[in-house]
Design a protein around this ligand. Sequence first.
Ligand code: ZN
Length: 163
Amino acid sequence: MKTLGILLALALLIIPLTVDALKCPEGAYIGRDNQGNEACRDIDTNQIINPATRLMFDSQTGEVILSDEQLLYIAIGVIVIIIILAGIAKVSQKKSEPQVIPRHGWSENEKEQVRIRQDGKCKMCHKPPPRWEYDHIDGNRENNDLSNCQGLCPNCHSVKTNE
Ligand SMILES: [Zn+2]
């Protein structure tokens, strides 16, 4: 989390900010940086402060020093971004859920025609079924042509489906 915070702070520094006259934030004075240029330094710690972003730099290593307050803001920002990303992920997951394809596309009238065509007997075992089930012969559930329909008893239908 701390590394991410430093990266965010560095990203803020990349944004070009033009400051006409050097104005140091509260608690800082105008001094010189290591290159001899005018720079703000913290009165207490003597660390260099970027007047635009109010970020402190370690004068030895040049690394950004973040106050607890700044770290808290960055942490809140990161959490908010994570929550937003999680929300987006959830929405896109919902959208990609598979659509339920209707299993049967035959009307009651068409089913009756199939039963008549098969003399009221299951197409596979040739016995009168206790309950009719209608099967796509070619296995393509979108091919609802009547020639692709056969009436089966539940037993034969499950045998065919599990083949
Ligand atoms: Zn059967």
